[in-house]
Design a protein around this ligand. Structure first.
Ligand code: FE2
Length: 255
C-alpha cells in the first residue's frame, strides 16, 4: 500500500512524498524546497530514493540538489527540460513506462505551461501528478507553449478515468473558484456544492487536493471545451474546442 504525504511549501506549492512500506523506497514529486521534505523524512524515518520533476520551474525543482546531495537519490525529469534540469539520472519522454517506488507509471507530455511539462499517471493507484497543467477548477498559465498545445495536453488528461485522483502543484482552488463564479454555469448547484466543500477545507487550513478528475470534467471551465451546454450558457457555442479553451484561458488571464 503506497502512502502519500502532502507537504505545503513556499507560498502555495504542494510537494508530494510517496512511500512503499514493502520495498522501503520513497519518492518525492517536485521538491520546490528541500527542508520540509527532510523534516518529513526524518519524522517518518524514511530514506529518499527518487525525485520526480514535472517541469523546470524553480518552485518545483529548487530542492533537487540538496536532496540528491543528502540522500544520494535518483533524479528523474522530462527529457524536454534537459537544458534546465541538470544532473539528472534518467530523462523521460511521452509514453514512457517507468517505475515509481514499485508502481508502474506512465509519462504524459503535457506542453503548454512549459514546453517540457510532463505528468505522471499511476494507473494501478488511479492517481495523476499533474504539476502545473491541471489545477482544481483551473489550469496552468501558458508561459512557453501555445493554447493549442495546452488544449491537447488537457485532452490527454480528459481521457483518463473519472475516478482518477489528481495531485496538482498548487493550492489555487479558492481563487479559481472565484473565476468560475464569474462564468455562467448550467450546473451551478454542483459548482456551489463543491465551493462549499472547498471553503470548509480552507477554513480548516486543509488542502483541497487531491480531487477526482470526474468532478473536474463537470466543473472545471478549462475541461469543458466540448461541453455543449456549458458553451451555450457562455455564448461560445460557435467556437471550436480549441477556440473555446483559448477564450476561457484568456478571460482568466485578465480576471
Ligand atoms: Fe510552473
Amino acid at each position: 500500500m503506497t502512502q502519500i504525504e502532502i507537504i505545503k511549501a513556499l507560498s502555495d506549492n504542494y510537494i508530494y512524498v510517496l512511500h512503499n512500506p514493502i520495498n522501503k523506497q520513497t519518492a518525492v514529486i517536485d521538491p520546490g524546497e528541500a527542508q520540509p521534505v527532510i523534516d518529513l523524512l526524518e519524522k517518518k524515518d524514511w530514506n529518499l530514493s527518487h525525485i520526480f520533476n514535472t517541469h523546470h520551474h524553480n518552485d518545483h525543482v529548487a530542492g533537487n540538489q540538496r536532496l540528491v546531495n543528502k540522500y544520494n537519490c535518483k533524479l528523474i525529469a522530462p527529457k524536454y527540460d534537459q537544458n534546465n534540469i541538470h544532473n539528472c539520472d534518467h530523462y523521460v519522454l511521452d509514453g514512457d513506462e517507468i517505475d515509481i517506488i514499485g508502481q508502474k507509471a506512465n509519462v504524459l507530455h503535457t506542453p503548454g505551461h512549459t514546453i517540457g511539462h510532463i505528468c505522471y499517471y499511476i494507473e494501478n493507484l488511479k492517481i495523476l501528478f499533474s504539476g502545473d497543467t491541471l489545477f482544481r477548477l483551473g489550469c496552468g498559465r501558458i508561459f512557453e507553449g501555445t493554447f493549442e498545445q495546452m488544449k491537447s495536453s488537457l485532452d490527454k488528461i480528459i481521457n483518463l478515468p473519472d475516478d482518477t485522483l489528481v495531485y496538482c502543484g498548487h493550492e489555487y482552488t479558492l481563487s479559481n473558484a472565484n473565476f468560475c463564479k464569474s462564468l455562467i454555469y448550467n450546473n451551478i448547484k454542483d459548482l456551489d456544492a463543491s465551493i462549499l466543500e472547498i471553503k470548509n477545507l480552507r477554513n480548516q487550513n486543509k488542502p483541497t487536493i487531491p480531487f477526482f478528475l470526474g468532478q473536474e470534467k463537470k466543473l472545471n471551465p478549462f475541461l469543458r471545451y466540448n461541453d455543449v451546454n456549458f458553451k451555450i450558457a457562455n455564448n461560445v457555442e460557435k467556437l471550436n474546442s480549441t477556440e473555446t479553451f483559448k477564450y476561457f484561458r484568456k478571460l482568466k488571464d485578465n480576471y
